[in-house]
Design a protein around this ligand. Structure first.
Ligand code: SAH
Length: 247
């Protein structure tokens, strides 16, 4: 669906260029497909931010800017790329999904990420949420249980220049003790209860956002305080289940 559009755009430019300046500019169009499509993606991305995020209740400017920058279309499989900026979750491989943009924005906003924060994510998937966090935090550590997904997102995040995002393949139930403690933790697969090691790896005053439950879940935002954990139950959500529960 996209290719004919790009070609049509390029052809239009070519005709205009010829009319204006003769054949000299024709060569410029050879590389214009990429440029054209980048512009097109950027426009779709800005529309996504305006309608799906700002148009609802996302107000944190840093979060809006981050989602306005990360090229979501690079994180979805080629056959779903045309839908990258729609208001839906999309399938990635191995039966997993990349969350709807609004849910990524909502969870990121709820985390109140600061520029000096060290963040842990469980469930790297496509790497999209990790990239959004990489825009906002000092360092991001993310764990994915499906090894090929971990490998692919490692390569993509590197290609896109996210040097502050570190991907590891493994079981996220145990967290990442060598890098603990974390200012923020986000879990993007649903456990039936919050894994204890994750709470233990949270700094005092740190925040964890986690969808808890079986089937339909509630997104819980918990803060570690000297008096214990405070919990706010926010949206009903539907994440893939967290696998690999230790017996
Ligand atoms: N944050 C992702 C979407 C997550 S989909 C994105 O932005 O694309 C949930 C992911 O959690 C899946 O890739 C799944 O393989 C992974 N997952 C499930 N259980 C896990 C576990 N115990 N440890 C680490 N990752 C897990």
């Amino acid at each position: 669906m996209l290719r004919p559009l790009q070609r049509a755009g390029c052809f239009g430019r070519l005709v205009a260029a010829r009319l204006l300046a003769g054949p000299l500019l024709a060569a410029a169009c050879a590389g214009a497909g990429q440029e054209m499509s980048d512009e097109r993606w950027a426009a779709e991305r800005q529309r996504m931010v305006a309608q799906q995020l700002r148009g609802r209740d996302i107000r944190n400017e840093r979060v809006l800017e981050a989602l306005g920058r990360v090229p979501r279309h690079r994180f979805v499989p080629a056959d779903h790329q045309a839908d990258a900026y729609t208001d839906f979750p999309l399938p990635i491989d191995f039966g997993q999904t990349i969350s709807q943009p609004y849910i990524v924005a909502f969870m990121t906003e709820a985390l109140e990420v600061a520029a000096d924060h060290k963040v842990l994510e469980i469930g790297t998937g496509s790497g999209y949420q990790a990239a959004v966090l990489g825009e906002l935090a000092h360092e991001v550590f993310t764990i994915e249980i499906v090894e090929p997904l971990a490998e692919r997102s490692t390569a993509l995040l590197q290609e896109l220049g996210y040097r502050n995002v570190h991907v590891r393949s493994g079981n996220g139930y145990a967290g990442w003790p060598e890098q603990a403690p974390f200012d923020r933790i986000i879990v993007t697969a649903a456990p039936d209860e919050v894994p204890k090691p994750l709470i233990e790896q949270l700094k005092m005053d740190g925040v964890i956002a986690v969808p808890v439950g079986v089937g339909e879940q509630v997104l819980q935002v918990m803060r570690r305080t000297p008096a214990g954990l405070t919990t706010i139950k926010t949206l009903p959500v539907r994440f893939v289940p967290m696998t690999g529960k230790p017996k």
